[in-house]
Design a protein around this ligand. Sequence first.
Ligand code: SAH
Length: 394
Amino acid sequence: MIVFGGEIHLKKGKEFSIQRNHPWIFSGAINLVDGELNNGCWVKIFDSKGNILGYGHFQEGSITVRIIAFGAHEPDQNFWSKKLKKAILQRKITDLPSSTTNAFRLIHGEGDGLSGLIIDFYNGVAVMQAHSYGMHADRFNIANALKEVLGDELSAVYYKSKSTLKNADDLQDGFLVGQAETPHVVLENDHKFLVDWVIGQKTGFFLDQRDNRNLLGQYSKDRSVLNTFCYTGGFSVYALKAGATFVHSVDASARAVELTRKNIELNGFDSSIHTCTESDTVSFLEMNGADYDIIVLDPPAFAKHRSAKHQAIKGYQRLNAEAMKVIKPGGIIFTFSCSQVIDRQLFYSTIVSAAIQSGRDIKVLHHLSQPADHPVSIYHPEGEYLKGLVLYVS
Ligand code: SAH
């Protein structure tokens, strides 16, 4: 049973976005609060006339409520398992999991109607990350529902929210269900990867580049590839398996460089065809960027907040202009931005500015995005965060 901390009553006219299934209620939309609301508690949401609009998690701050159940129907004890089953069914449509891919995103926040929750599935291990106190408060209910719904397919649930919820007093990362050793081997399109959710970034692996890595593979045969911001070497492994003549991976983190090396070995390649360098990407491009047929640019989010947008645009522009300037004639650039506040149009304009700055003749071959296991609710366009372009530089 769900225990409610109280009620939220909205100002007149503030119900419209909720009736259109947008899950966020900003503090300015609230007329009055009934009850003593603690961070993370469940609340019932009403319009100004007293009609029920839905149910969600309360949290002090600009997004005050995240709605996770729309309409009058009150969530029952099967709420979490129903949501999980729905998400699993949707993954099955795109053949996830399969005999060649056993790592995928099981819950993608608002895209799966669960604002504040990420669950990545790594070959039997679910890694759960809360981005709201409500999801933190419900972590055991979610873990139990995972157990119920996945049965034998689930060996462990690891909870990792220390980095996403800085002020939760009782917060500890660790297993909520079972145990599993790290690093843990997963398969992605038949490529092997080691995932370490304990020391790795985010939940341990960047699942959102799966389709784009495949596309890189299609271009890599008989070409040399520079994979910058390589992290655990996802793009590098695909390029090698597809027949690249040579792959060079670059990352500013020594740990990432080490993980990349291990993943290259795990897939049967060695230093005769792959090198890994710990370096800043722009400095590396300035010195060595002219040696490659393909360059991958997949930086971390340069803008994590709206306030950093301007600086971020300058960063993307500088990085891309440098790669465009140095790449061989006939070269191909895979360029990405995962900053949510930089939308597709702005990213495109930034790339156009970089192209002008480089003075090269450049064509767009592909527009890229996030894969189907990172769905975007049509009512929550903010959920689209990964943008990419494949550019041909003649
Ligand atoms: N392409 C990767 C994910 C990239 S995540 C994949 O497919 O898995 C971003 C990476 O950029 C991180 O590993 C981080 O260590 C690295 N990084 C951050 N700043 C950097 C810089 N200035 N130069 C090179 N790498 C950097």
